[in-house]
Ligand binder design. Sequence first.
Ligand SMILES: [Cu+2]
Length: 312
Amino acid sequence: MTNTLAYHQAASRSAWEIDAVFLFITVVSLFFFILVEGLLIYFAVRYRRRRAEEAHATSDVRSNFVLETVWVIIPSIVVIAFFVYGYVVYRDVTTPSPGASDIHVVAQQFLFNFKYPDGRTGINELRVPVGKPVKLIMTSRDVIHGFFVPAYRLKQDILPGRYTYLYLQPDKEGAYDVYCAEYCGGGHSTMRAKLIVMPPGEYANWVAGAAAEAAVPLADRGKALVEKFGCLGCHTVDGSPKVGPSLKGLFGRQGTLEDGRTVTADEEYIKESLYDPGAKIVKGFPNVMPTFKGTVSPDDVTAVIAYIKTLK
Ligand SMILES: [Cu+2]
């Protein structure tokens, strides 16, 4: 469940700094808004024309050098202050902190792949230890996506054919929402990830645990993989269709394809659905499933199949 409070909660230095800029601009603007509008209303009332014969009652004022100088200089100082303050914060959040660890992000319709320097990977889940800066090196396999962490007030486009960067300061433990912020196709709204900021000890345990994922029943591992790889953004396990058909009762089922062919969902069919989803499109569903070739290893596919078999 997305906690609306967590959405707004500032959880990083970048958030505190950016909030402060916005607050500054808002308060200063509000002050001048009330001043100008207040005077406008006051003068309109105070100097309104009461009788027709008062039409030429105002003296002939052409200019006032002091007044005009003041109202040119003060707003200039104000907008220059907006710029300088905003620029200083912008420079700060776009400058890498020394010692930042590199994490690669590869976006595709409709998920985020994370690749850690030691070879670990994750889908839609980015885990980092608290207090250690992170440099995200991002690119896309297909269309333009976005990486948006509201709790950090940071957003960066992810483009095919080029790298973009985002620097994170994980100052506070917790799980924060990450959204794709560029409309990227039919499953765009399901393209979400979690940024999980962990205490260093727990993080070290997780790193060790992720390395040794043995001794778990195959179907259980498959269940964990289906959750981890973001399949549940598009598929349910309770029989109801979502973006794609439900995985419940799938194994062994006779299904009709978009082109009229009938196929039986066996191991090979499920593997092909993962590696080459466009090859056989289920009738009534859009061809939006991304390929998991390269992200879900053949071993993992085996585990996923074992799990799907349990969904009767
Ligand atoms: Cu996207």
